[in-house]
Design a protein around this ligand. Structure first.
Ligand SMILES: [Mg+2]
Length: 130
């Protein structure tokens, strides 16, 4: 069975573990990274169909991270999850390739729906291959 893989990048450990536990319970395969740089390292070896990226990270920002992931050709659903939405405008986020922006605190149900929709869409779209 194909794994539905989600990558979570957030420098708050509590957020990573909360999301990881919640999505794992839902049956997803979850990887977490505490920085954009660590996220990119993980992406060298693995593909993810869905990513939730914090924008305010030490070092490289989530905006830069998304931009780089898109430049490398990823067609994943990439969502921004941020408490600092005012630092980065929605237009800027969309420009670098985010599919949607969620502002913390965000209900887990909202993230579940985003992931379920993303995977549902991919499956309905299956003829495009991977
Ligand atoms: Mg942060």
């Amino acid at each position: 069975m194909k794994e539905n893989k989600i990558l979570i990048v957030d420098d708050e450990e509590s957020i990573c573990s909360l999301y990881a536990e919640a999505f794992t319970k839902k049956g997803y395969a979850v990887s977490t990274a505490a920085s954009a740089e660590d996220g990119l390292d993980i992406l060298k070896n693995e593909n993810f169909q869905v990513m939730f990226l914090d924008l305010n990270l030490p070092g490289m920002s989530g905006v830069e991270l998304c931009k780089q992931i898109r430049e490398e050709g990823s067609t994943a659903k990439i969502y921004a999850v941020t408490g600092y939405s005012s630092l980065y405008g929605v237009a800027e986020c969309k420009k670098v390739g985010f599919d949607e922006i969620f502002t913390k605190p965000v209900k887990l149900e909202v993230l579940f729906k985003a992931a379920d929709d993303a995977f549902g869409k991919k499956e309905a779209d299956g003829s495009r291959g991977r």
